[in-house]
Ligand binder design. Structure first.
Ligand code: AMP
Length: 361
């Protein structure tokens, strides 16, 4: 079988690695010549509007998916006319725009932070009056890892925030005073079978995911799963999805969803019976899904900006190092460490040791 993947970053790389044992060959289309998935898949690096490249990409494909959501809508439309693209076009177009995404959540009665569309300085002033402060101003499109966002604490921040982000469609969201952030990763097959992974409890630093801990017995699991099931059914979804939530006193507020495999699910590679990458490949290729059961006690620590000492990380009992083959740069995700142990005490010890490897790097 041949699977086409739009995008060739670390998510595409891990997808291609998961597809290999199934003898599913991946072809990535990623204009960036140094794309980190290129060593594990056939790589087309022409631009996305190149019609000849599109034919080369489509040749003999059995299935088509993507590893990031900021893809041109015209590309998805052109591909869809020729082959099923999964997750479906509605899932990607809705998630590309924060306003549409929030409106979609609301249509399904899924709670969100209060929000207002902002297209001018006057809109922003009105939105601040409606929503109150503190609040978060975000670009509707192309924001990721905390980029394209600005926190407003006082009315004196309004002009500055507008100067920083204005000129493109924006959304003002009420600042949520959450106890913790969690995400629910799930997978839906072409037949509508849904499997849920354990809830991930996530810590972000400067808007970037720092660490995740798998919480199979979490009290909020049922509520998170109900929301994700509703969303997947409404989107007639195929593949892996991740919904990120704020937990306020035991009530879940949806922040956003990613129509793809997600960083907060990287622990599933060693920490679940079937990883999110394998299950995504299975789903989009029309295969039955694998078990999502957690294996023991699991956590994940991101490697950001600087590479750690490989020898030190590999020496930690229960640690699995994943390095993406990227050059060092501040705030860049370079890899992650999965920590998988048979008991919570060993997991905490492994996690604390891994933290020191990251901190000194
Ligand atoms: P996002 O790009 O929306 O995922 O935001 C990145 C991170 O910023 C989130 O994981 C939160 O830690 C924080 N954040 C985003 N939106 C809000 C909000 N409305 N209230 C409080 N924190 C937020």
């Amino acid at each position: 079988m041949k699977l086409g993947i739009l995008g060739g970053g670390q998510l595409g790389r891990m997808m291609a690695l998961a597809a290999a044992p199934l003898d599913i060959h991946c072809r990535i289309w990623e204009p960036e010549t140094s794309a980190c998935a290129r060593h594990y898949a056939e790589h087309l690096h022409e631009s996305y509007d190149d019609n000849i490249a599109r034919e080369r990409f489509l040749k003999d494909l059995d299935a088509c998916t993507y590893e990031f959501e900021n893809l041109p809508a015209t590309l998805i439309e052109a591909l869809q006319a020729r082959i099923a693209v999964n997750p479906p076009a509605l899932a990607i177009s809705t998630s590309q725009d924060r306003w549409q995404e929030k409106a979609f959540f609301q249509k399904l009665n899924i709670p969100t932070a209060p929000y207002c569309a902002v297209n001018s300085l006057a809109d922003l002033e009105t939105a601040v009056t409606t929503i109150g402060l503190p609040a978060v101003l975000k670009t509707c499109r192309f924001g990721y890892d905390g980029k394209g966002q600005c926190i407003l604490r006082n009315t004196s921040d309004i002009t500055n925030a507008w100067q920083q982000l204005g000129g493109v469609p924006l959304i003002l969201e009420g600042f949520v005073k959450f106890q913790r952030e969690v995400s629910q990763i799930a997978v839906r097959s072409k037949q509508g079978d849904i499997r849920f992974y354990a809830l991930s409890e996530n810590v972000h630093r400067n808007g970037i995911l720092h660490s995740s801990v798998a919480k199979p017995q979490d009290a909020m699991s049922e509520s998170a799963q109900q929301t994700v099931r509703q969303l997947m059914d409404a989107l007639n979804y195929v593949g892996v999805i991740c919904v990120e939530f704020f937990d306020i006193d035991g009530k879940l507020i949806a922040n956003e969803y990613a129509p793809r495999v997600h960083n907060s699910g990287h622990w599933t590679i060693e920490g679940a019976e079937t990883s999110q990458f394998e299950n995504h490949v299975r789903a989009v290729c029309g295969l039955p899904l694998g078990s999502t059961t957690t294996r023991g006690h699991v956590a994940m620590l991101n490697i950001i900006g600087t590479h750690p000492d490989m020898h030190r990380v590999c020496a930690i009992e229960g640690a699995h190092l994943h390095v993406y083959g990227k050059t060092e740069k501040p705030a860049r995700k370079l890899g992650h460490i999965t920590l998988r142990c048979d008991d919570p005490v060993s997991l905490q010890k492994a996690f604390d040791t891994a933290l020191t490897c990251i901190a000194v790097s």
